[in-house]
Design a protein around this ligand. Structure first.
Ligand SMILES: Nc1ncnc2c1ncn2[C@@H]1O[C@H](COP(=O)(O)OP(=O)(O)OP(=O)(O)O)[C@@H](O)[C@H]1O
Ligand SMILES: [Zn+2]
Length: 701
């Protein structure tokens, strides 16, 4: 099979492809496609890592998996299926988390290139840091519905994944939703899924019942690190027979879901019975998965009778109209009962297989989701929200689209070619979108290759952040768990106080245990103090400047100000710097293991084009911003403090020629500049002839 690519690529590229070693991180929707593309392009030395097992709901778009693979390791099955395209390829599969300490900087250094196809920010941040440390180019990709994006991250040359603060994430692993919510949005997503199970179009991915196959619920076993089956014949993290059975019960989920729907109907939509099932029995079941609660606060089931004892007034309909009030748990139960009544009546009137569609503007549907989300939040000790806030948060949960994944994975691998050829200028980020832009492009390359942000809290040479924190209410343990681990994605940090070198948090178990329960202020961590954090495994050092504030009662106790300059109005930020000569000499490069970087492809302080209107938030972390029809192309801007701005009226529009002058996707598809090559199967359209009004950059037939 590999021989079939002879002549397709120029000989030099083919040679580079053949001898390079690449790592694919994630074997899901994009990862499977990337792996297939790599193998079919002639890559023969590939490693792939994924922590998950195959779910029935993956099969509609992850084409390396089939029904008989459900419950098996994604990485291993992907490897086996991809080998059928080229049995001579050498593929190593790891069924493991890429954040495991088995995969340190030396592991990453083995590769010429890493392609990441992940679905969560924590893992992406980690891979970003490892690739920066190992100085291995990273091709980062993500999709959200019809939107996709691919970008190159290369130390000292481009922005890193963390150069721009990110907005809150919108997509969440299934087990977070079903088992371990920790934010209001997790409960809101769950509540929408519950609506669909009872009244809506029931989707396979939207199970709300406890997930018995949650990898976190399993005992950790030793890492074999090589993806080979363990002695017990069960690969690390792979499911036991019982787990598989439990999961199959769930996976054959239609039955379960239809039963739930049917059961609710058979109960005559009795509010008390339904409430107790979802908020008491299911939670009690979750509590039995004791591993989940070793490091998390356990949920506390609630009982209908204690909230709305029989005979209590159940018709305070006005509660639901209080959109800005955070309802009490009793009020939530009340709204639950009332909205259930209305929805079930509407549902029972439907004919045949018709279902209700959830709509945030439909009053009982929105009431139901707000009430259920808040009851679940209460159970998991998560902040409850007002109906108004929930409505704004309950925006679209974007479905994964196989075609977008395939296009995105295709671009990733085309970018891989350019990386191997060291044609960095041709590695600009690319955005896939549903509708063609003003120039009729579906695939839009970025105008420039933005250089590292010199204030980045990860890739700058002396990264620092300001931490606004209520030092009188925050404890050391929360500083470690909530700020350093959860928010800043460190794995096992050591923290010292800069002024006197005293150790506040140690990565050695037990060493600073006595500090954990203390408030920051008790240990003199007050306004102006600088903490030095060091995550040995990530080779990541960060200074944290403490800025005390008195948090209001329901306010978050901390806020990370990753890069204060990012928070300035966008118009004050520097323009795109295209000419390397203009790059600030002071811009810093991150060095792996403390070594300097002697390459001269220095950074710039560029930023991407200006947004006008936010159209959709990428559930894979990017924020796709749509330009005015006659403005510059799609850009991706992610910021903690997103302020959406109108584009400047004039002066900063890109000239059309800027978009198409150098490389773009079409060029990638085309044959080499100087070497003969065989035909490709891709359709091409020339972009350099504006009169031809190019249609799609790639036609998707
Ligand atoms: N820390 C990690 N280490 C290794 N693989 C990871 C890690 N985090 C996420 N992944 C994998 O990245 C892949 C992302 O793929 P994708 O977005 O298609 O997710 P999915 O779980 O297959 O689908 P969906 O989330 O839509 O149900 C998943 O297979 C997931 O297991
Ligand atoms: Zn950075």
């Amino acid at each position: 099979m590999a021989a079939a690519i002879n002549g397709v690529f120029p000989a030099t590229l083919q040679e580079l492809v053949k001898k390079s070693k690449v790592l694919v991180v994630g074997a899901g929707g994009i990862g499977c496609e990337v792996l297939k593309n790599l193998v079919l392009s002639g890559f023969t030395d590939i490693e792939i890592i994924d922590l998950d097992t195959i779910d029935l709901s993956n099969l509609n778009r992850q084409f390396l998996f089939h029904r008989e693979h459900v419950g098996k390791s994604k990485a291993r099955v992907a490897k086996e299926s991809a080998l059928s395209f080229n049995p001579d390829a050498k593929i190593t599969a790891y069924h493991d988390s890429v954040t495991s300490t088995d995969y340190g900087v030396n592991f990453f250094k083995k590769f010429d290139l890493v392609l990441s196809a992940l679905d969560n920010r924590a893992a992406r941040n980690h891979v970003n840091r490892m690739c920066l440390n190992a100085d291995v180019p990273l091709i980062e990709s993500g999709t959200a519905g019809y939107n996709g994006q691919v970008e190159l991250i290369k130390r000292g040359l481009t922005q890193c994944y963390e150069c721009t603060p990110k907005d809150k994430q919108r997509s969440f692993p299934g087990c977070t939703i079903r088992n371990t919510p920790s934010e209001p949005i997790h409960c809101i997503v769950w509540a929408k899924h519950l609506f669909n199970q009872l009244f809506g179009e029931s989707l396979e991915d939207e199970d709300i019942s406890p997930d018995a196959a949650d990898p976190d619920a399993k005992e950790k076993d030793g890492a074999d690190g090589n993806g080979e089956p363990k002695d017990d014949g069960k690969e690390k993290g792979e499911e036991s027979k019982e787990e598989k059975e439990a999961k199959e019960d769930t996976a054959n989920g239609n039955i379960l879901r239809i039963n739930t729907r049917q059961w609710a109907k058979d109960c005559n939509y009795d509010a008390g019975k339904l409430f107790n099932k979802f908020f008491n029995e299911d939670i009690t079941y979750l509590l039995r998965m004791s591993n989940l609660w070793k490091t998390r606060k356990a949920p506390v089931p609630v009982q209908w009778d204690t909230l709305l004892p029989e005979g209590s007034s159940g018709d305070q309909k006005d509660v639901a109209k209080q959109h800005h009030k955070v309802w009490s748990i009793e009020e939530c139960a009340q709204v639950f009962a009332n909205s259930l009544k209305e929805l079930s009546a509407a549902f029972l009137k439907l004919e045949g297989d018709d279902t209700l569609a959830w709509d945030k503007d439909d009053q009982p549907a929105m009431d139901f989701v707000a009430a259920c989300a808040n009851v679940r939040s209460h159970i998991f000790d998560i902040e409850r929200k007002s109906r108004f806030e929930i409505k704004s948060m309950a925006g679209n949960i974007i479905p994964a689209i196989a075609t977008t994944n395939a296009i995105t994975a295709g671009i990733s691998v085309m970018r891989a070619f350019k990386v191997l050829e060291a044609k960095w200028e041709q590695c600009k980020a690319v955005y896939a979108r549903l509708r063609p832009n003003a120039r009729n492009y579906f695939l839009v390359p970025d105008a420039s290759l933005p250089g590292p942000n010199p204030n980045c809290h990860v890739c700058a040479s002396d990264p620092a952040i300001t931490l606004k924190i209520d030092t009188k209410r925050m404890r050391i343990k929360e500083l470690r768990d909530e700020v350093l681990v959860k928010t800043l994605n460190m794995l096992n940090p050591d923290v010292t106080v800069q002024s006197n070198g005293s150790i506040l948090i140690s990565s050695e178990e037990g060493e600073t245990e006595s500090n954990e329960g203390k408030l920051l202020s008790e240990l003199n961590i007050v306004d102006g103090v600088i903490l030095k954090c060091d995550d040995f495994f990530q080779n990541y050092e960060l200074s944290i400047i403490i800025s005390h504030f008195d948090a209001e009662r329901d306010e978050n106790l901390f806020e990370v100000v990753a890069d204060a300059s990012q928070l300035k109005p966008k118009d004050e930020q520097p323009e795109v710097v295209k000419d390397k000569e203009d790059e600030p000499k002071s811009a810093k490069k991150r060095s792996a293991n403390g070594e300097g970087d002697s390459k001269d492809d220095g950074p710039s302080t560029s930023k991407r084009s200006r947004p006008t209107e936010v159209v959709e938030e990428d559930d894979d972390d990017c924020l796709v911003i749509e330009e005015d029809e006659d403005q510059a192309d799609v850009v991706v801007v992610a910021t903690d403090k997103l302020s959406v701005q109108s584009p400047p009226k004039s002066g900063s529009k890109r000239k059309p020629s800027e978009v198409i002058e150098d490389e773009d996707i079409t060029e990638i598809l085309e044959s080499s500049d100087d070497e003969p090559a065989g035909p490709t199967k891709c359709k091409r359209s020339r972009l350099d002839d504006p009169s031809s009004n190019p249609v799609a950059v790639i036609s998707i037939d």
